[in-house]
Design a protein around this ligand. Structure first.
Ligand code: DGJ
Length: 544
């Protein structure tokens, strides 16, 4: 339940609840201190948070860019440099820095794996190959990757993680600075499609675990189409991995997915037993024509999400690290009834801004977070419109976007829940137009004449009345409206009002008519809109 609808006693209780996910109308949302929360985030470079002193200068810049949340690694080697001796001073320092600047934090647990490697495991783990075995290649060589088939690795990882979560419960369960946790980072194996250690070989020759088999049978209607196709091709409900899924490299990927999922389930459950925050796993995506082992084999990819769901019920969702241009396709493949969308890593810049509008408006995303957000120039960005774009255009564009969205977040969250937002993307040179459906209307969006054909355009409409919409855009575009609903067939533009953000609040400014809206025939968006703090309130009417 949401604060506005609560009695005072309930309200205090809700504020004390740890951050959690809640289904609210048409959306699953993150709740922080009793209120729905839109993550306007950014992820730090991998090594930034290894120094509290380094971060001292970074936090204020991120706050000035209107972020509300920073995604930051916490490394196993940092908190447990000696076995059993936990040192949380760096975590405490990071959280103090975040709090002092009004920022929340998503912790990225760099435990046994970071981008398939085990570079963040402590030295006492890395150097003890007997006790902590590695993923092996088919010709018997070791790799710098801990094996997910090792109970010793898993238990040591889970112990450290549960201590971290206990420390957060003891030090942060009132302030709620940490709002979510990512467990491990971009797991999977390369350069071969599966682990060939002795334990892995034995598991591969064994029967597919019955827990997985019955999950797949019970969920066959909603399974990912690629997964369902391989299952149906073999037609088996029990057998070895190759009998059930076929003799292809994809089977190796699904086998590793189950192993990573059940391993991470163990770590996640141990952490949640200490302190329950929303937890998720992230995936490195697949480049065109890459095979398992060329891409991270076993990561939480669209075709293996059902296996991850079955193996890791304690994880709340799975996220794409989405750097590719086909943003709509990839983001849609992670938006499922059992999986709200959160994008922990992605590109920033003007393209990222358009993508963010699409994610929030169309896919009701919980949050968006460009990578390398600490890459700002020397000057702080403290007001919309004041950008140091010559130094770092990417983050300047995100700063402008977040300036606009920070004050609109409550409205966006309310309308996500009501199903009253819709958005469209125009992605590449081949695409000239897009269309979105909202209420009684269809918006046709086309590139404005003269706009650079490679620029990405993102447009979100928020319905504020039967015939009234707020329009937020990134890119040069022209928008016209039609309807396919019963009633008068022609849609007219009653009015277009510009709303202006002065750095503190949105206020109505010019009434746009005549040349500005093609004599009432369309709405024009400009690529400078977000940097100049401009959105539009559009009223429509219908006639014969
Ligand atoms: C994806 C990883 O998850 C990040 O930690 C970082 O290494 C980026 N790639 C770099 O592009």
């Amino acid at each position: 339940m949401w604060l506005a609808t609560m009695a005072p006693g309930q309200l205090m209780d809700a504020r004390r609840d740890p951050p959690h996910l809640e289904k609210r109308g048409n959306a699953t949302q993150l709740f922080v201190d009793g209120n729905p929360y839109l993550v306007l985030g950014g992820e730090l470079h991998n090594s930034s948070s290894s120094s509290v002193a380094y971060m001292d200068a970074v936090w204020p810049r991120l706050a000035a860019m209107h972020l509300n949340t920073v995604l930051t690694p916490v490394a196993w080697e940092t908190i447990e440099p000696e076995e059993g001796k936990l040192d949380f001073s760096s975590v405490d320092g990071l959280l103090q820095g975040a709090r002092a600047n009004g920022l929340r934090v998503v912790i990225l647990w760099f435990g046994a794996w970071k981008n398939t490697y085990s570079s963040y495991a402590p030295a006492w783990v890395k150097t003890n190959l007997e006790r902590f075995p590695r993923v092996q290649t088919s010709d018997g060589r070791g790799t710098e990757r801990l094996s997910p088939f090792s109970a010793a690795v898993r238990d040591a990882d889970a112990r450290a993680f549960s201590q971290l979560m206990r420390h957060l419960r003891e030090t942060d369960n009132e302030k709620h600075t940490v709002i979510m946790v990512q467990v491990e980072n971009e797991v999977g194996v390369i350069p071969e499609s599966r682990d060939h250690s002795a334990a892995a070989e034995a598991a591969f020759q064994a029967q597919v675990p019955s827990a997985l088999m019955s999950y797949l049978v019970n969920h066959r209607i909603t399974l990912d189409v690629k997964l369902r196709a391989v299952l149906e091709a073999e037609g088996r409900t029990q057998g070895t991995w190759q009998e059930v899924f076929g003799k292809t490299p994809l089977t190796d990927d699904l086998f590793m997915a189950w192993q990573f999922a059940t391993y991470i389930e163990h770590v996640t459950a141990a952490g949640k037993a200490e302190y329950t925050l929303p937890m998720f796993a992230n995936a490195a995506l697949i480049r065109p024509n890459y095979e398992p082992g060329q891409y991270n084999s076993g990561g939480p990819l669209p075709h293996s999400l059902d296996i991850w769901r079955a193996g890791a019920p304690s994880l709340d969702f799975f996220s794409p690290d989405l750097y590719f241009n086909e943003f709509a396709t990839w983001s849609n493949s992670y938006k499922r009834p059992d999986n709200p969308l959160f994008i922990p890593e992605t590109q920033g810049g003007v393209a990222g801004s358009a993508n963010a509008l699409y994610a929030f408006g169309q896919l009701r995303a919980i949050g968006f977070s460009p990578f390398g957000i600490d890459d700002v120039g020397n000057a702080p960005l403290d007001l919309v419109g004041i950008t140091n774009s010559a130094e770092r255009p990417d983050n300047a564009a995100i700063a402008n976007l977040y300036a606009a969205l920070s004050k609109l977040s409550p409205l966006i969250l309310e309308k996500q829940a009501a199903g009253a937002t819709a958005a469209a993307l125009i992605e590449g040179e081949a695409q000239r137009s897009a269309r979105l459906y909202i209420g009684d209307y269809i918006a046709n969006i086309t590139r404005a004449a003269g706009s650079a054909p490679s620029t990405r355009i993102g447009v979100v409409l928020i319905q504020t009345g039967a015939n009234e919409f707020l329009l937020i855009g990134s890119g040069d575009a022209q928008i016209t409206f039609v309807t396919d609903k019963p009633g008068p067939p022609i849609v007219g533009i009653e009015s277009v009002d510009e709303e202006f953000f002065d750095g503190r609040k949105w206020t109505p400014r010019r009434r746009l008519n005549g040349d500005e809206n093609s004599q009432g025939q369309s709405v024009r968006l400009y690529s400078t809109d977000l940097s100049q703090g401009r959105i539009y309130r559009v009223r429509l009417y219908r006639y014969r």
